[in-house]
Design a protein around this ligand. Sequence first.
Ligand code: CMP
Length: 474
Amino acid sequence: MTANSRQKSNILLYLVATIVVGGATFLFLKFFGHANGAHFEGWWRIPWLILLSLLVYVSIRVVNALLFDFAFRLRRGYEAPTLVRNIFTLVVFAIVFLLIFNRVYSEVNLGALFTTSAIFGVIIGLALQDTLGNFFAGISLHADRPFQVGDVIVVGPQRHTGVVEGITWRAVKIRTFQNHIVLVSNSMAAKESIEVCPRENLNARIVFFGTLYSDSPAKTIHVVREAIREAENVSRKITPIVRIRDLGESSIDWEVKYWLQDYAKYNDTDALVRQLIWYALRRANITFAFPTRTLHVERRPPESKVSGPQKEIIERLSAVDIFAPLSVEETEKLATAASRHVFAPGELVIRAGDQGSSMFVVHNGRVQVQVSDGGKPRPVAVLSEGAFFGEMALFTGEPRTASVVAMEETEVLEIGHAAMKHLFETNPDLAEAISWTIAERRAGLQASSQQAAQVAEAESAGLLSSIKRFFGLG
Ligand code: CMP
């Protein structure tokens, strides 16, 4: 409906209302006037009353426009709600109409009219129960202002979702995402819980997907986050969150939480985000999971041949400085004895104070060695690929001296006590090399670096004998 035709229908409405009210008053006085002892003869004054009230109505509309279109918008910064404007018009009109009526029909006692018409009030009240309910619920909605025009709301038992277009006398009008108009009566809206996604608010959405267990979670998080953070309508103010929702039967189940600039377009943005995830995962060789059952048939590799992953481990171990003097066969044996473990970023590999009977070599990634300083972790060293740790507890039998935490997704090779004992028996130099490292690291754990060098030298001799004792070597 255009503004012009709305204006016309408004005038018509008030004209009809005035005629009805005037007519009703006339009939009322005609029948009940006798009861009050007065004869009513003033029917010819009704056109005059209508004309006057029409004039009043037009003037009130002008005042209304001045008040709400200019003053209200200037002070508050937004348009006054239609319902408030209409109430203003109606109340002022009713008061002025009664004043005029009193003037035109000065012989009619309005006070008596109202007291005798109590029964009519009850009848009208009952007839208008729903309408009045909606009307007052509308007023309370305006007073509370739980949502505004332009906000997305979810309302009613049927969970109608759409953008609020207006609140009228009767109903809240929302435009759904199928471009339908839904009218939820004010009394219903006031009773039901309403989910409001305000236009000025950073509203979030959650999108789900699943990947195979063989794909790295840290990589998936990075790939998906980078793929969607710059997408159209995704807010730059908060970085999207990619997290594991569940470890499902046949997939790692993920959720992506992102914030929208314009929530009213969330359907399109959800779709775009899903599309970007698809492309990003494909580029990164990460596979979406389907509900599947994976059957692993284990085939033992022939004894003599060294398989691909085993070769990788041998290469890694032979690049570790303390293992450099080992023969090829010894390194191969060590690789067979080593077990691989993957740690997520931030995950604890070793906890200070624990007992430990194995050492580790960093295969991929980086770890940080931390000691506790007044309850807070203080970094001591960062160890990357080819470095080893955990040797102190393994060789001295003492508790772990520090905690070791993965700084990124990190793969380590764990070597147990038995494998090392065997190596010591055939490589006497190995114990000495390790005792030097332990002494240096112990020194590194001390506060000052000057003290460190002295401590290293002094400790190394004592350590070697205690390592030999611990491993039962001559
Ligand atoms: P362990 O005591 O078994 O467990 C914690 C490990 O952190 C320790 O063995 C060392 O391998 C390592 N570590 C301790 N101090 C240092 C240091 N100063 N520099 C590098 N690594 C260290």
